[in-house]
Design a protein around this ligand. Structure first.
Ligand code: TA6
Length: 315
């Protein structure tokens, strides 16, 4: 399939998005839940789901299936970071929240300009398949990326309560094995990067993407005092972001993820990114549940793979 362009129509001066042949009004009629879930046109007139459960709030851009906002009830600061210079427009990845990197992480192995960095999922308009409140009071959305890429079909399940859960399911709909890499590219909001330590990777090997993937080993907690762009390999466990400035610990659990990416662009790279403010890097940190680097998933025909992450805040 070629790159899908979101289906939208212009109504007068406004642009209306047809999400899986549903307008925003259709979505609200079909899937809206009073006081809990509604759909609207948000930044860039893109379609958004707004979730307000009694234990947490979240926003989801249907363009890119990006959870752009998450804040548990009782937590003072939002958990996810969004660049103030993020561009919300077709063809551009949203700089912040949780971009879905799929079905390749980083640059495409072919290097073809037809294949955008971090894949196609984050620049497609997704359909909404299901919306419900589960027995534990969590609001659950199921989104589906239209079409396939290399015979791979993709859905994302999002659950919002005191914790945020994402499960990205890839299915091989073809008749040949397909190799893929992926990441839930989570941008976390932190008080100040100098106040932060990351626990959970002590002794773990990583590929340093700033040194041609040189293989190194983590000694103790991760402290960010320069540009960091690392793929931690053969690691499945949870990690914790200790933020002394906001006196909180963000817990990041992963499922179906054999690797984790840790990134902060620091000064020079931030300056090179047009949608990233020069003074933005001290307030953010990416820790990504991934299948990246050597952690390639090969899906046999008919097989499914789930890549998941659960994000929560501990006092
Ligand atoms: O996850 C880290 C990384 O691969 C970095 O190398 C940097 O490129 C970042 O992703 C953001 O990529 P993007 O294509 O969203 O600018």
């Amino acid at each position: 399939m070629g790159m899908e362009v979101p289906i939208s129509i212009r109504i007068g001066a406004r642009r209306a998005y047809i999400v899986g042949m549903s307008t925003i009004d259709d979505l609200n009629k079909r899937l809206g839940i009073p006081d809990v879930l509604s759909f609207d046109e948000g930044e860039g007139d893109l379609p958004f789901a707004r979730i307000r459960s009694d234990r947490g709030a979240a926003d989801v851009s249907l363009y890119g299936a990006n959870v752009t906002h998450f804040k548990p009830v009782g937590v003072e600061h939002p958990v996810l970071w969004m660049s103030p210079e993020a561009v919300f427009a077709e063809g551009k990845a949203i700089r912040g929240g949780i971009p879905v990197c799929w079905p390749w992480f980083g640059n495409h192995p072919s290097g073809s300009p037809e294949k955008p960095a971090h894949g196609v999922a984050r620049i497609r308009l997704w359909d909404v398949r299901e919306a419900r409140v589960d027995d534990s009071g969590r609001v659950r959305l199921k989104l589906a990326m239209p079409g396939t890429e290399s015979d791979l079909a993709l859905t994302l399940e999002i659950a919002v309560g005191a914790a945020l859960e994402l499960r990205l399911t890839t299915e091989n709909t073809g008749d040949a094995p397909v190799a893929m890499t992926a990441a839930l590219h989570t941008y976390f909001s932190v008080s100040e990067i100098g106040n932060v330590r990351i626990k959970g990777f002590d002794g773990v090997e990583y590929w340093d993407q700033l040194e041609d993937n040189a293989e190194k080993r983590q000694d103790g907690d991760i402290v960010i005092d320069r540009e960091v762009d690392r793929i931690y390999v053969s690691t499945e466990g949870e990690c914790r972001i200790l933020d002394a400035g906001w006196e909180r610990i963000i817990r990041v659990a992963r499922e179906g993820s054999g690797s984790a990416v840790v990134w902060n662009p620091w000064i020079e790279k931030s300056a090179r990114l047009g949608d990233f403010p020069d003074d933005g890097y001290p307030g953010m940190l990416c820790i990504e549940a991934a299948n990246a680097g050597p952690d390639v998933v090969t899906l046999q025909p008919g097989m499914r793979h789930v890549l998941g992450t659960t994000i929560s805040v501990m006092p």
